[in-house]
Design a protein around this ligand. Structure first.
Ligand code: PDD
Length: 285
């Protein structure tokens, strides 16, 4: 079995043991990243590592590894994985002080650091052909959704509701605005524009979202408007899709009881998705 990187060592997954006093376990006091590789080439490693540094900074944990050290860890995980398409998981918590206390340990203790790889399953061609179903749920998250915190209870409860409803994603709605998915960013085609929520504390700044926006701007693919999407406009959108590192651009053709557009993945999604696949091949390392 492929080894995992755990607190500076390479060990078998079953040998990577976390203390019961780890603050990730006790408080969800940590952050994470999910970084994809396709054909054993990393996509977006630098923006993912930048986001990790930012998340750590926002919660006052020093990044335990340099950029190059992280890249070396990622390279080894990708090389050792059984499959060519890989999903890398990184988690850093505030470590395991001797005593449980809400305040940060002072002086700080060593963070707990994990990086592991697993096969990345592509979205099935059947789903890409017909599009996926989504449901809307109230956004129950906190006020700093821009931090990629391991505190994911509202996200996992939302995703579980989606699964129970036979849907692929839950779209989170705050004050009447559709912001993002439980684990993805949200895009809608409305009146010739591509709409997505702006960066800020209410969404996670997705690496896939930004890569797509960069590509759209570079190749002038479609006008983009960054604004939250009122829920009734989402139901009336010509097209809807969600983006994430593990699902690329996933077309959504049903939301609750509403059929999106003509019920099939739309022309804009097809165009952007093909352009994005080519872009990934171009910029992966
Ligand atoms: N989630 N928004 C949320 C709340 C997310 O959890 C994610 C990713 C995204 C998309 O970000 P990116 O394009 O950088 O993957 C947006 C990962 C995949 C996860 O939790 O497994």
């Amino acid at each position: 079995m492929t080894q995992v990187y755990f607190n500076g060592q390479w060990v078998a997954p079953e040998a990577a043991k976390v203390s019961v006093f780890d603050r990730g376990f006790l408080f969800g006091d940590g952050v994470y990243e999910v970084i994809p590789a396709f054909g054993r080439r990393l996509f977006g490693a630098v923006p993912h590592l930048d986001r990790l540094t930012r998340s750590l900074h926002e919660i006052g944990i020093e990044n335990p590894l340099s950029r190059q050290a992280w890249l070396d860890v990622l390279a080894r995980l990708v090389a050792d994985c059984a499959t060519d398409d890989v999903s890398i998981y990184i988690q850093v918590t505030r470590g395991a002080p001797a005593k449980r206390d809400h305040a940060y340990p002072n002086p700080p203790v060593a963070p707990t650091v994990l990086a592991s790889a697993s096969p990345l399953q592509p979205v099935s061609p059947t789903v890409l052909k017909s599009g996926a179903r989504a449901i809307t749920v109230p956004d129950l998250r906190w006020g700093r959704c821009d931090i990629k915190s391991v505190n994911l209870l509202p996200n996992i409860m939302a995703r579980q509701q989606a699964v129970a409803a036979g849907a692929a994603e839950a779209i989170l709605v705050r004050e009447g605005m559709a912001l993002e998915g439980a684990a993805s960013n949200l895009f809608a085609v409305i009146d010739e524009d591509l709409i997505t929520a702006p960066l800020g504390v209410h969404i996670l700044g997705g690496v896939t979202r930004q890569a797509l926006l960069d590509l759209i701007q570079r190749d002038r693919l479609i006008p983009v408007v960054e604004t939250p999407i009122p829920i009734d406009r989402l139901f009336d959108a010509q097209e809807v899709f969600v983006t994430s590192s593990t699902r690329d651009l996933l077309p959504i053709t049903r939301i609750n009881e509403h059929v999106v557009g003509d019920g099939k993945p739309g022309e804009v999604w097809q165009r952007l998705s093909a352009a994005f696949a080519a872009y990934k091949r171009e910029v992966s390392q």
